[in-house]
Design a protein around this ligand. Structure first.
Ligand code: IPM
Ligand code: MG
Length: 362
């Protein structure tokens, strides 16, 4: 039987609650019926490690991850540690260090979820946002000099390389091509940012020539926010820079009903390094330790992980169980207006998995 080596990095805040929930559903799925096993190794990296050892993860931490088939990540962020330290010390270190350059964020309105848009039917909102994940506004280039003096200068330099832009555009075109509508919207801001974003548009136009069957349009990022709200059905696959997609993906998750539901995959498409899967929601200090975090984002994330590992039937079975559970308002957590706990939702999804018949392999 196939066995996958999975690294678990719960991280901080509610990551410590939802990652164990994710493990529980993966264990319910694995075994003889699904035809694969999972071998988990947990890494206690994050804010507590920083308090103890002065670093979010050990200097050689990436070496421990390289041999894994995939990584399931919770969140990084701690009320007592500056956000740029928790982020750069863990999540971005892994994304950049393992060259996970494609950040993929699907959004749909799951059954039973009350989404805020008045005129949007569930079938009108079925998007995948592809976020450039290693450069751009998050390149880390920049600096601060003369700190505290009136002449202080600070820069955050957005760096775009032709190679970096081309590989993310190509990934997005391929993904768009694999979806029924074959429709890609390239988000830009080349009206105001006249160098890198113009190159971004140029490269998109060049890559488009290799995908004649994909319909492609261009939207300025500001106009894109309005289009997501006013004409959601006009969108399918979306590609955007690191920061633009960061913002648009929060909007997308909110339009689909809750940040607690959205999944993310940080993909190294060449599979030289393991890819990392995480819920979109972050550490949510306000509700941590209460057992009320919504684990659905992690379950959907785990389904993306299974898909990446080539276990499409198990991924579909997991999503079917998740949708069966979201359809029942008695199993909604607080972010969805309900009172269910993390444990109750997790148990319900596990029960739905065990009572379901394995789907025929596609
Ligand atoms: C995300 C998050 C992170 C980001 C935060 C935690 C820095 O918002 O994954 O979208 O901006 O990338
Ligand atoms: Mg974000």
């Amino acid at each position: 039987m196939k066995s996958y080596r999975i690294a678990l990095i719960p991280g901080d805040g509610i990551g410590k609650e939802v990652v164990p929930a994710g493990r529980q559903v993966l264990e319910a799925l694995a075994g003889t019926e699904s035809g694969f096993q999972m071998e988990f190794e947990s890494f206690d990296w994050g804010g507590d490690a920083y308090r103890k050892h002065g670093e979010m993860m050990p200097a050689n931490g990436l070496d421990a991850l390289r041999g894994k088939d995939a990584i399931l990540f919770g969140s990084a962020g701690d009320p007592d540690i500056p956000d740029h330290i928790t982020l750069w010390g863990l999540r971005l270190k892994i994304c950049q260090g393992l060259d996970q350059y494609a950040n993929v964020r699907p959004t749909r309105i799951l059954p039973g979820i009350d989404a805020p848009l008045k005129r949007c039917r569930p079938e009108d909102l079925n998007w995948v946002i592809v976020r450039e994940n290693t450069e751009g506004e998050y390149s880390g280039a920049g600096g601060r000099v003369h700190q505290g003096f009136p002449i202080e200068v600070a820069t955050d330099l957005s760096v775009m390389t032709r190679a970096g832009v081309e590989r993310i555009q190509r990934y997005a075109f391929k993904l768009a091509q694999s979806r029924p509508r074959k429709l890609l919207t390239v988000v830009t801001k080349s009206n105001a940012q006249r160098h890198a974003m113009v190159m971004w548009d140029d490269v998109a136009r060049e890559v488009a020539k290799d995908f004649p069957d994909v319909a492609c349009d261009k939207e300025m990022v500001d106009a894109m926010t309005a289009r997501m709200v006013n004409r959601p059905a006009s969108l399918d696959t979306i590609v955007a820079t690191n920061l633009h997609a960061d913002i648009l993906s929060d909007l997308a998750a909110a339009l689909a009903g809750s940040l607690g539901i959205g999944p993310t995959a940080n993909i190294n498409p060449e599979r030289v390094y393991p890819s990392m899967f995480e819920p979109i929601h972050g550490s949510a200090f306000d509700i941590m330790g209460k057992g009320i975090a919504n684990p659905v984002g992690t379950f959907w994330t785990a389904a993306m992980m299974l898909d990446h590992l080539g276990e499409a039937a198990a991924a579909a079975r997991l999503m079917q169980a998740v949708e069966q559970v979201t359809a029942n308002p008695a199993l909604h957590t607080r972010d969805l207006g309900g009172t269910a706990t993390t444990a109750q939702v997790t148990e319900a999804v596990c029960a739905a998995i065990t009572s379901s018949r394995p789907l025929a392999t596609a």
